[in-house]
Design a protein around this ligand. Structure first.
Ligand code: SF4
Length: 234
């Protein structure tokens, strides 16, 4: 994969695609959006994560709302929070060395020596599907490309649980993420919005009133044919 800047798709679209391809197309192709209780709470949580400036705590640099992109994968977005953990020998220097020595070391060490930890904030609790892990992994792919580093893990913070869960960015998750990115680009390139498939996910969908998934069910071709056959047999 390799993309121009005009062809970048939002990282957040990946979770929409995993949740429902039609929802993804309605938002990112047809530019429809509606908030419901879940999305409103999600925005609020993200706003809290994004508020405030970069800080340093116990030698760990914390940046918020960092812009991300990848021309390799055709992605653009932001990282809620990134923790930059210094190499372990610098951590011990922070205790022993003078402030001047420590600052000098920090500046001369390559970023590749640091542990970079992307953290994504979510409302609710861990999901059955891969959407949150894929979104986090996509952020890591962007950071790896932008900074020429490798990132082995990230964290997902869930508002309802008030807990951070570690996500290992292994080969399997990376492949799932790359496959999802490819499907996303295919969907955007096709310019076609898939038909609704009514299911349990629709109960929590913010676009329910715009999508009207049950109308699609009622008007499906097979049901129409059945109605026509039954009618002709009367
Ligand atoms: S209402 Fe259901 S089918 Fe329609 S976009 Fe939402 S999840 Fe998808």
């Amino acid at each position: 994969m390799s993309f121009n800047e005009d062809d970048l798709v939002p990282i957040s679209a990946l979770q929409h695609l995993i949740f429902c391809p039609r929802q993804c197309a309605l938002i990112h192709l047809e530019r429809l959006w509606a908030d419901n209780q879940w999305t409103a709470e999600g925005h609020l949580l993200h706003k809290r994560a994004e508020s405030g400036k970069s800080t340093t705590r116990d030698g760990i640099r914390i940046t918020r709302d960092l812009p991300l992109h990848s021309l390799k994968y055709g992605l653009i977005g932001k990282a809620d929070i990134i923790e930059w953990h210094p190499p372990s020998d610098l951590e011990s220097q922070a205790v022993k060395g003078t402030l001047k020595e420590v600052i000098h070391q920090y500046r001369t060490r390559s970023l590749a020596d640091w542990t970079i930890l992307p953290i994504e904030y979510k409302r609710g609790q861990p999901k059955q599907n891969d959407s949150d892990r894929v979104q986090l992994c996509a952020q890591a792919l962007c950071l790896e490309e932008m900074l020429h580093v490798s990132i082995s893990k990230g964290l997902l913070f869930y508002g309802k649980k008030q807990h951070r869960y570690e996500v290992v960015l292994d080969e399997s998750l990376r492949q799932t993420t790359i496959d999802t990115i490819q499907q996303m680009h295919d969907l955007i390139t096709s310019g076609r919005t898939p038909q609704a498939e009514f299911g349990p996910k629709c109960q929590s969908c913010s676009l329910y009133d715009l999508c009207l998934p049950q109308s699609f069910q009622q008007n499906s071709v097979s049901q129409w044919l059945n109605q026509q056959v039954n009618h002709s047999l009367k």
